[in-house]
Design a protein around this ligand. Structure first.
Ligand SMILES: Nc1ncnc2c1ncn2[C@@H]1O[C@H](COP(=O)(O)OP(=O)(O)OP(=O)(O)O)[C@@H](O)[C@H]1O
Length: 311
């Protein structure tokens, strides 16, 4: 009986007060979530990624408007280099946090940069646990981006996995409002093959969907089958902890051209179609016979632009 009274009079109000405090802090640090704003941002600044655009919009808006999500949002981005995986993480962040706040609440880890030495994995595990727990306990809407996930040590994947489930709390902290985004090149070859096949068959790029030509199944197979990939060792996929696998398609000349124009605007260079054309054409394309897709996506467009002579 006394325990019951204690729960009702002490624990419930304390939980309520903490909830209120976090809510007030969130109100100060977060943009009020705006579906239309995210939609427009994706439409205007992400090129050639209709599947990613659709899934991200749905997933992020569903999650951000859910006052009591049952688990953290977990997205896994797959695709070749320079096709927009980091770029979309930034778009999500700028639509969630107020200007400048994403610097504090978005935590980016790159496997080879942050966890370079295999023999120090135990230390990394402890540090990663402390980092994730510490940040989420002080700000539940924290975002964690793990780049080069395919190179992540399985021990570290196990640490991350711990926080992705449906638990109301772990050691007194709820992780349900956090966002985890995994970026990797795993599955990139499969995606490229699917897009190339569909293009050779004369299909519209925009007709491609996640389940077209068994894309989703083949991404899974590729991710599972890669012995070097940390995913292979882990149970992230088995345990259904990832909410969405999102394919990023290889970019074509027209997308690279758009990237160059966007870069010109960012650098305050007057829009110049001829220059954008020359920069985009100067990028390498594959496959060797048809030269359809940019080998590096839109990566290094800025450097190319700065080194191309203007008219
Ligand atoms: N689809 C895209 N739409 C618009 N801009 C893009 C797109 N893809 C890439 N970019 C531009 O190119 C830059 C590099 O892309 P980004 O870092 O997002 O590639 P990535 O897919 O994460 O590559 P990697 O796997 O090599 O890390 C971005 O900062 C952005 O300016």
């Amino acid at each position: 009986m006394q325990a019951g009274i204690y729960f009702v009079f002490l624990v419930l109000p304390t939980a309520y007060i903490f909830d209120r405090l976090f809510q007030e802090e969130e109100d100060v640090l977060l943009e009020p979530f705006d579906y239309e704003r995210l939609k427009t941002d994706l439409k205007n600044s992400l090129y050639g990624q209709h599947i990613a655009s659709e899934v991200v919009l749905k997933a992020v808006s569903g999650f951000m408007t859910d006052k009591r999500p049952s688990k953290p949002l977990v997205l896994s981005f797959h695709g070749g280099t320079g096709v927009g995986k980091n770029h979309v993480s930034n778009i999500i962040a700028r639509n969630i946090y107020k200007k400048g706040e994403n610097m504090k609440h978005v935590h980016v880890f790159m496997s080879e940069h942050h966890f370079p030495h295999k023999e120090q994995v135990e230390t990394y595990k402890t540090q990663l646990k402390q980092w994730i727990r510490g940040n989420v306990s002080s700000f539940p809407r924290s975002m964690f981006v793990f780049d080069e996930m395919d190179k992540m040590n399985p021990g570290l994947i196990d640490v991350i996995k711990h926080y992705l489930g449906y638990y109301p709390q772990l050691d007194g902290v709820s992780f349900r409002k956090a966002i985890f985004i995994f970026l990797s090149n795993a599955g990139g070859n499969v995606i490229n093959k699917v897009v190339l096949g569909s293009r050779r068959d004369g299909e519209e790029r925009e007709q491609l969907q996640m389940n077209s030509r068994d894309m989703e199944t083949n991404i899974f197979k590729d991710v599972f089958g890669d012995r070097n990939s940390g995913f292979w060792h882990s149970t992230l996929i088995d345990a259904h902890l990832i909410d969405h696998f999102i394919p990023f398609l290889p970019l074509e000349y027209r997308h690279v051209h758009q990237c160059v124009l966007a870069e010109m605007a960012a650098l305050n260079i007057t829009a110049n179609d001829g220059l954008a054309d020359r920069v985009a054409r100067d990028m390498p394309y594959f496959p060797p016979e048809e030269k359809i897709f940019s080998v590096k996506g839109c990566k290094s467009v800025k450097q190319k632009l700065l080194h191309t002579e203007r008219d």
